[in-house]
Unconditional design. Structure first.
Length: 201
């Protein structure tokens, strides 16, 4: 690998925030041999299959969420993963949970472990925030919508997880019950959530 190829590759990475997928790198004229040599030399780190990042950058604050956002840009971080981001759970997720449109095939990632939940209509599109994590736009549900989704999927997550999230959202983070109720109506879990909402007011 000649130094000019390496220099051009590094410049391309820096111009794109320090993270590129293999397809993007090739599209920018970086030869696969250059890419793999930079990885082997420790100049690039491989976040996941087909995702590379400049090793000179500071450590990622949310490496799993960033990796998923780069690999699966249409995904929305949801449920336990979103609760963890919002600091509204004592659970420790062992996978990244994402929402994808119903009928979408689950992507294959070697890392991090991914669990797909299929949403549709306004339950998919409402309450999506775009946050900047380490220079990458990550789509994630806001806390009120996340709490409601936890009640929707209470049979998979556990009612205790949903109730804890509701309490922390309202008492610790100041989420308005009216905002939670609005999403509860949208997602058709109003009757399930009303007793819990009334109990904490």
């Amino acid at each position: 690998m000649d130094t000019s190829s390496a220099s051009r590759a590094l410049e391309a990475f820096r111009e794109h925030g320090g993270i590129l997928r293999t397809k993007e790198a090739l599209g920018l004229g970086i030869h696969p041999r250059t890419l793999y040599q930079l990885r082997d030399d420790g100049v690039l780190e491989q976040l996941s299959r087909g995702v590379y990042r400049l090793a000179e950058l500071p450590d990622l604050s949310h490496p799993d969420l960033v990796t998923v956002a780069v690999r699966v840009p249409q995904a929305v971080i949801c449920l336990l993963s979103a609760l963890t981001y919002h600091d509204a759970t004592t659970e420790v997720p062992h996978e990244v949970q994402v929402a994808l449109p119903r009928g979408t095939k689950a992507p294959q990632l070697d890392h991090p472990p991914l669990r797909v939940f299929h949403f549709s209509g306004r339950a998919l599109t409402q309450g999506v925030a775009v946050v900047d994590l380490d220079g990458v736009d990550v789509r994630i549900y806001d806390l009120a919508k996340t709490v409601v989704d936890c009640f929707r999927f209470r049979n998979k997550l556990g009612v205790d997880v949903a109730v804890e999230a509701l309490n922390l959202a309202v008492k610790r983070h100041g989420v308005r019950p009216a905002d939670i109720l609005r999403y509860a109506r949208l997602c058709r879990v109003e009757s399930v959530m009303l007793p819990y909402l009334e109990a904490i007011q």
